[in-house]
Write a protein that binds this ligand. Structure first.
Ligand code: ADP
Ligand code: MN
Length: 268
């Protein structure tokens, strides 16, 4: 128990360190002990190091930046970078708030997903399943050739992923940028939707708010609610995604309807 004592001491020092981070003072109170535990484990496993500031405070989750831990920094240095400034030293950390989460709504997206059968209705279990689902969805999307943040690690209610950003900060969402060539952007999104669908996934919350523009590429984010095509509501979600995307690009002058988009996405 000498080891246990040391671990306890390290943990409480870690918690102090997070709490004292300037940008964190406001938000630190949202973390319960178990969330500190999850963050601590992610630090010990070398996925994250010091915390940066918040990027987003959402309804169910907050997103922060953090310095990448040793294991990420090592693997990142082995990657061939794209064009522009590599930002491999930072990661994005999405922390779900167990209590704020609308877990009733979450359940609806987990029900009927063969990957998460028998989760039950315990709030904590639902949220942690949700986070694992988001991680698995990112992996599946990536494998299908859809540009998404590279998933790095998942621990309890915390997801660590690639931070899509330049030195000017987080990549802007499509609703925040002027799109030079809407026709081309639309074709890319349509192709992403088709690839996702071919891989058996429907995003379920696709719109200009969950696609970011980064170094000439479009990157799809926020895949927590994405369901497999077997889900009872998959078709409804897909139709809604098609409406959001078609409406947005129609406003940008692209000649597109939700029906055409749906037909292209689901065409065998
Ligand atoms: P929410 O469920 O709150 O919408 P998101 O996953 O969409 O959660 O994240 C909220 C916001 O945080 C996004 O709109 C985006 O601006 C930013 N964000 C999330 N993940 C990343 C990431 N990996 N890289 C850069 N910015 C991100
Ligand atoms: Mn979002």
């Amino acid at each position: 128990d000498e080891i246990a004592r040391t671990r306890d001491r390290e943990f409480s020092e870690f918690r102090k360190r997070i709490k004292n981070t300037e940008q964190f003072k406001v938000t630190a109170s949202v973390f319960d002990d178990a969330t500190y535990g999850a963050l601590y484990k992610l630090v010990q496993d070398g996925h994250i190091d010091a915390f940066g500031g918040p990027i987003s405070t959402g309804k169910e989750a907050n997103v922060y930046t953090a310095l990448a831990g040793d294991s990420e920094a090592r693997s990142a240095s082995g990657q061939s970078g794209g064009d522009g400034e590599p930002r491999d030293e930072e990661v994005a950390v999405k922390v779900y708030r167990i209590n704020a989460s609308d877990f009733r709504d979450m359940r609806g997206y987990l029900d009927g997903d063969p990957r998460f059968e028998g989760i039950g209705s315990d709030k904590k279990k639902v949220v942690t399943a949700w986070v694992r689902k988001e991680f698995a969805n990112l992996q599946r999307a990536q494998k299908a050739g859809v540009r998404v943040p590279n998933p790095i690690a998942v621990q309890r209610n915390v997801l660590v992923m690639e931070y899509i950003a330049t030195e000017d900060g987080r990549a802007k969402r499509l609703n925040e940028v002027h799109i030079e060539n809407p026709e081309t952007a639309f074709e890319v999104v349509r192709e992403y939707m088709r690839r996702l669908y071919d891989a058996g996934l429907v995003h379920g919350d696709l719109s200009e708010y969950n696609i970011v523009f980064h170094e000439g590429q479009l990157v799809v984010i926020d895949l927590g609610q994405a369901v497999t095509v077997h889900h009872g509501n998959a078709r409804d979600y897909l139709e809604r995604d098609c409406e959001n995307v078609a409406n947005f690009f129609a406003r940008q002058g692209v000649d597109v309807t939700a029906e055409d988009l749906l037909a292209t996405v689901t065409r065998a």
